[in-house]
Every structure is written in structure tokens, then in C-alpha cells.
Design a protein around this ligand. Structure first.
Ligand code: DAH
Length: 357
């Protein structure tokens, strides 16, 4: 034999690349590649026949031609593999997709009811809107907190009796009782003030809403997972009168012009003085009924002037800055505004209830 049969080689390449471009799944492609590279395949046989070429140079150049042909076939196979893998993935995604229109398409007698936000989300949004209108910025923060943010920086050191107000859900992370589900939104005060000090960004006028957790048994007025909105104003020359004004403005803006607020002395470790904030009972409009124990008032939340111990925890000079904070239940607001007899209705997801709002 004097040289390579170039015609045979190009016929093999044509045959293999044609097979590669028509194969339509990855398994089929693997087979074509296996045939192309097999020792007893068409290229392999051609290679073996090279031994019969007497001239060394002709043998070498024939070997190179076969290797080039193999490289050409492999490149075609690699390109085809990319295309087939993409198609397979698209097909998989298509198969995995949930067809949420199914009911509508299959049974036109079922009326299409557009969903909407849950009452609690709507309430949160309207409360935030009221505070935005009053010049507050709205932020939110983590539901998992450390003891420092939820308690200690809020002037509730370990062993403080006021910790008993909060039936805390602890997480098994790190040392026992160091990581917890926040029991109120007040730890956001600390996050916000730390950030403001860091960025030299005082004053602060902010509202922060979100989920809170306590080991409470659900009843008509309590849920173990509930929502609060926290307010924090830190500026120069802020007084208790500013606090009372903001609470009253908010109350009438959200509940209506005939609903008012009043503050009654209370104790919270992170404010001094502290107050409980009550609003006109929305059931009897102040006349006295069973819901308000005939007082005409319903408690909504707590508030007060930020305690110097909190300023100290975050490194703010209390001779330059003063401020107030408040926090109250969003679920309770929804309950009072819509006269919902039992708070558990908010989490049962009974559509007959949810659809009313
Ligand atoms: N964090 C308190 C609670 O959940 C409510 C509260 C009271 C918030 C006084 C405040 C405040 O910001 O000043 O029981």
C-alpha cells in the first residue's frame, strides 16, 4: 500500500458528522461518538491499515489526516451535545411547570376569582402608608435575633423581671438561650440606631413592621405568630408632647376621625416615662361594651421616651438627642378596624372570611 485512501476518509467523516447532526438525543449521540472512536470502528480500521504504508513520511502524514478527521468529528459531537442538553433542559422545565390555569381551561363553569392580599398584609400596608404620610421612612429587619438586640440593648439584662412579659421561642443555635425569634419589633430600634450612628445619619424618623413570635396559646385576642409595627423618632428637642401628637394623628388617620387616643402610665424597660396607648373602642365608639369591659377604650400598644440606657447601648449622646418610640399589634389593628371577634380567623385561611376584605 502506498498511501491513505483520502476518499474513504472523507466519506467516513461525512457519514459520522451527518449522523451527529441528525441524532436527536444524548444517548444516541454517545453511540455515534463511541463508533467514531472505537478501535474497530471505521477510523480505527483505517488507522490500523497504516502499518501497510511503507514510506515513513507518507505514514506520518496519513496518521495526521486521520487524527484531524477524528478531531473534526469530536468537535461536531461537542457542539451537538450542547444543543441537545439545552433542548433536554427546556423540555424538563416545560414538563415540571405547574399549569395553574388548568381549572379555568377545563371547566369554564368555575368562575375565575382573582386573589388578593390577606387582610393582615393590607393592614400593614395601610399603616405604613399613614406613617409615610407623616414623614417616616419605612424599613424592616430580621425575625431571628440575638439576646442583645431583643433584650439586653433594650435595657432588659439577663434576669430582668420584665423578661417574663415575653414568652420567648429560643433557637438551638450557639450557647443556650442566645438566639431567638424576636418577641417584638423593638429590636429594630437598636439595628436602626446602630446603623444611624455608624453612618452619622441622625435624626431618625422610622416605622418598622413585621412578624413577631411568642409561646402563646392562640385565643380570641392572641396569636403565637403575630405582627407589630414599631415607630422610632430621634431628633433634637423631641418631647412627650410630640409622641402624644403622633399617636393621636395616627389614630384618627387610620381608624377614622371619631376614634381618638389616650396614654396611660405604664412600664417598659426601654422607655422612660412609658405609657400604654389606648384608642376609642371601635365596637361601641366609646359608649362602653363587653369588648372594652365597659371602659370605652381598647389597648393597642406601648410607647414612651427612649430610655437613656438604650442611647448608651448604641453610643448616642442623650444630652444632644432625645426621642420617642412606640409599638403595637397590626393584627389587633385589623381586628379593631373590622370588628373581628376572634383573631384566629386571621390564620385559618377560610376563604369565606378572607374574601370579605
Ligand atoms: N415592644 C413592646 C411590646 O411588644 C411594645 C412597646 C412598648 C414598644 C413601648 C415601644 C415602646 O417602642 O416604646 O410589648
Amino acid at each position: 500500500m502506498t498511501g491513505l485512501d483520502h476518499e474513504a476518509l472523507s466519506a467516513i467523516v461525512t457519514e459520522l458528522t451527518a449522523a451527529i447532526s441528525t441524532v436527536d438525543d444524548l444517548a444516541g449521540l454517545d453511540e455515534v461518538v463511541a463508533r467514531a472512536t472505537a478501535k474497530d470502528g471505521p477510523l480505527g480500521s483505517l488507522k490500523r491499515s497504516l502499518g501497510g504504508i511503507a514510506d515513513l513520511e507518507s505514514r506520518k502524514s496519513a496518521g495526521r489526516a486521520i487524527n484531524d478527521a477524528l478531531a473534526q468529528v469530536t468537535a461536531a459531537a461537542d457542539a451537538r451535545r450542547v444543543t441537545l442538553a439545552a433542548a433536554a433542559r427546556t423540555e424538563q422545565l416545560e414538563a415540571d411547570r405547574l399549569d395553574l390555569t388548568e381549572v379555568v381551561i377545563e371547566d369554564v363553569r368555575v368562575p375565575v376569582v382573582r386573589g388578593h392580599e390577606h387582610l393582615v398584609s393590607q393592614t400593614r400596608a395601610s399603616l405604613e402608608e399613614v406613617f409615610v404620610a407623616m414623614g417616616f421612612t419605612v424599613t424592616e429587619g430580621p425575625e431571628v435575633e440575638t439576646d442583645w438586640y431583643n433584650f439586653e440593648a433594650l435595657n432588659l439584662p439577663p434576669g430582668h423581671p420584665a423578661r417574663d412579659m415575653y414568652d420567648t421561642m429560643y433557637l438551638e443555635i450557639g450557647e443556650p438561650e442566645t438566639v431567638l425569634m424576636r418577641t417584638h419589633t423593638s429590636p429594630m430600634q437598636i439595628h436602626l440606631l446602630e446603623a444611624a450612628v455608624e453612618a452619622d445619619a441622625l435624626p431618625v424618623h422610622a416605622a418598622m413592621a413585621g412578624r413577631c413570635y411568642r409561646l402563646d396559646t392562640p385565643d380570641a385576642r392572641h396569636l403565637p405568630v403575630f405582627h407589630q409595627i414599631e415607630g422610632l423618632v430621634i431628633d433634637r428637642g423631641i418631647t412627650f408632647a410630640d409622641l402624644a401628637g403622633v399617636i393621636e394623628t395616627f389614630t384618627s388617620a387610620y381608624f377614622g376621625p371619631d376614634i381618638h387616643s389616650r396614654l396611660r402610665p405604664a412600664y417598659f424597660p426601654f422607655t422612660e416615662p412609658s405609657a400604654e396607648f389606648e384608642i376609642t373602642c371601635t365596637i361601641c365608639r366609646g359608649d362602653g361594651c363587653r369588648t372594652c369591659s365597659r371602659t370605652g377604650w381598647i389597648e393597642l400598644g406601648g410607647c414612651g421616651m427612649v430610655d437613656p440606657a438604650v442611647f448608651e447601648a448604641v453610643g448616642i449622646d442623650p444630652t444632644e438627642w432625645s426621642g420617642f418610640a412606640f409599638g403595637f399589634g397590626i393584627d389587633r389593628c385589623a381586628q379593631m378596624r373590622h370588628q373581628i371577634p376572634d383573631m384566629r380567623l386571621l390564620i385559618e385561611n377560610d376563604l369565606r372570611f378572607n374574601r370579605q376584605f
